[in-house]
Design a protein around this ligand. Structure first.
Ligand code: GCB
Length: 592
């Protein structure tokens, strides 16, 4: 699937703005055909946004079930003769969509795009009604999983990941026009030798009998540097400028479907020429050892929740520049495509993660403790879940495969990984990821409950990604013993001769709380905790990266260990720096 784009042959219309919106508390919407008329008793909702906090109503914030979005849109009159496509960048966690009275598509999974060709249902120049029924409930057969439990007060959604279950239309919705004969997919793989780059491409198209594929690669100044023809080929780039961390140089590959001089379709795919390789315990980008400095992040902002917002995105990455971060992980789900485009342009390195978080009944909301279920069993996380998970991996790779910023796939965060059930569940999923993308390393994020010597899943990964909270959840407030225990465990992992990225380490910190004798929750302890971790990392050469948990404070489910959310941010939720930000800036920036 190609992201909507305006080109010489394609046009787009974004459907962002105000939509009619309502909850479906009695699950009547489908039976009463709410899609077939103006949505009854509707309020208004902004798109893109999570609906939860926008409404200023606890019943909406905590609502579980179907919600309905609707708006009308006039199909541009110039689109006659084109294929008209309705494209959702995401609907969390699933949606069914109607155009007027016709159901056009359904999609499972809250963070990847889907679309429907609606040509036969629309008339250019006229209005149509677009209705989406979005559902946010989680079960053992969804990614991420959850369960709806029967409680004395009624059904209650429970889930085990440590972030609020924001839902709705989080990203743009588009109506687009493309030609009858059109490109459907482009894949690029890059390499270089000496000063010569190469771009291997494959192109897929629909209704393109008798048409030829032509390609033109242009550099950042728009100068043509290579041309090709055929649905697959390799372009040679003399005097290549590589895409590098911190320097996101991009070429533009224009792919055209032509007959003679007639151009039937055209699409522009950005290309960053770079290589990624794991060699022994090194992580190499363009043959050079790369050290990851940065954060686990969240898509989480006041009011908008997980809705994408360009101003907050640009600001977050300006703060990356300020603090000297070069990378982050899309913990714990695929982020907006605008984020990946931004990182391509700015040379920010990304570990790209699926929404497989919370597959561990030894953990709830980031905190250890049995959740009262067996993780892998026919009644809980089972074969169906595994298929949904496999599909989530395929959709992530299909969406993000051409982004040079993505250097590593993370197929899950902190699943149970010390049991036979875990081994059986994950082995095939690593194969799915490698089949979908043979060019990038694959890993998963290991939890402290499966320490060195106990984990049965890390054997399948190219890289070891570890989340550890020595000095926080264990050895709380005792950094001396935390340091000893942490170094001992890490030395064990280092003996496996794989690169180790510390994908989480952090301490909750209430901004403004200070002490001369550092204690958990104060700003001085956060710094002392980070310093302790850094002494450990710096003593172990196999450690090739440090991602502090978290970039910013974020919303979670309520809990006695959470005060208005998780406070492990180096910045507050409003992005004000805590003292640790100034400490990290000194560590990460050579000029600070
Ligand atoms: C973790 C999880 C993350 C939590 C974090 C915490 O291990 O991966 O989602 O937010 O711990 O703060 O407890």
């Amino acid at each position: 699937m190609l992201r909507p784009q305006d080109t010489a042959t394609r046009e787009t219309k974004r459907l962002d703005g105000i939509w009619a919106f309502r909850l479906d508390t009695d699950s009547r919407g489908r039976a009463d055909s709410w899609y077939a008329a103006p949505l009854p008793d509707a309020g208004e909702m902004a798109v893109p946004a999570s609906f939860n906090d926008v409404s200023a109503d606890a019943a909406v914030r905590d609502y579980v079930g179907d919600v309905w979005y609707q708006r009308t849109v006039r199909v541009p009159r110039g689109w006659a003769g084109q294929r008209v496509v309705l494209h959702f960048e995401s609907a969390t966690h699933r949606a069914t969509v109607w155009v007027d009275d016709h159901e056009v598509t359904s999609h499972e999974g809250g963070y990847t795009p889907f679309e429907a060709d609606v040509t036969e249902l629309v008339t250019p120049g006229s209005e149509v009604r677009v209705t989406a029924c979005v559902n946010n409930s989680l079960s053992f057969q969804t990614i991420p999983p959850g369960v709806i439990e029967q409680t004395p007060a009624g059904p209650a959604q429970r889930y085990w990941h440590d972030f609020f279950n924001y839902a709705g239309l989080h990203r743009s919705v588009w109506l687009t026009a493309r030609p009858q004969a059109h490109l459907t997919d482009i894949t690029v793989v890059t390499d270089y030798a000496g000063t010569t780059g190469s771009v291997r491409y494959t192109v897929e198209a629909d209704a393109a009998d008798g048409l030829e594929v032509r390609t033109v690669l242009r550099d950042a100044t728009g100068t043509e540097v290579a041309t090709g023809s055929g649905a697959a080929g390799t372009l040679t780039v003399p005097d290549v400028t590589l895409w590098q961390p911190g320097r996101g140089y991009l070429y533009a590959l224009e792919v055209r479907l032509v007959r003679g001089d007639e151009v039937h379709d055209s699409y522009v795919q950005t290309v960053g020429i770079r290589t990624v390789e794991v060699r022994g315990a090194e992580f190499l980008i363009n043959g050079e050892p790369f050290y990851f400095k940065g954060f686990g992040k969240h898509e989480d902002i006041p009011v908008t929740g997980k809705g994408h917002d360009n101003a907050w995105m640009v600001h977050d990455f300006r703060l990356f520049g300020w603090i000297g971060a070069n990378s982050f992980r899309t913990s714990h789900y695929p982020y907006s495509e605008d984020v990946l485009d931004h990182c391509d342009r700015h040379g920010i390195v990304v570990i790209d993660e699926t929404a497989a978080v919370g597959l561990n009944m030894g953990l709830g909301g980031g905190i250890f403790g049995s959740q009262g279920y067996t993780t892998f069993s026919p009644e809980t996380v089972n074969d169906t879940t595994q298929q949904v998970h496999a599909q989530a991996i395929r959709e992530l790779v299909a969406r993000d495969k051409n982004h040079p910023c993505v250097v590593l796939w993370s197929i899950a965060n902190e699943p149970e990984s010390d049991t036979q059930g875990a081994e059986d569940y994950f082995r095939p999923l690593f194969d799915v990821a490698r089949e979908a993308d043979p060019t990038r390393p694959v890993g998963f994020v290991n939890v402290m409950l499966a320490p060195y010597g106990k984990c049965r899943v890390s054997q399948f990964g190219d890289v070891l990604m570890l989340n550890r909270y020595y000095g926080w959840y264990v050895n709380t407030g005792d950094l001396a013993n935390a340091e000893i225990a942490w170094r001992t465990e890490l030395e064990g992992w280092a003996s496996e001769n794989k690169p180790i990225i510390i994908t989480e380490y952090g301490a909750d910190t209430l901004t403004g709380l200070h002490a001369v004798a550092p204690q958990p929750w104060d700003e001085e302890y956060q710094i002392a905790y980070l310093e302790m971790n850094h002494r450990v990392f710096d003593s172990i050469p196999a450690v090739v990266g440090e991602h502090v948990w978290n970039f910013a404070d974020f919303q979670t489910t309520p809990g006695i260990m959470r005060v208005d959310g998780n406070k492990k941010g180096v910045f507050t939720r409003e992005r004000d720096p805590k003292s640790a930000a100034f400490y990290l800036r000194k560590r990460w920036r050579e000029d600070a």
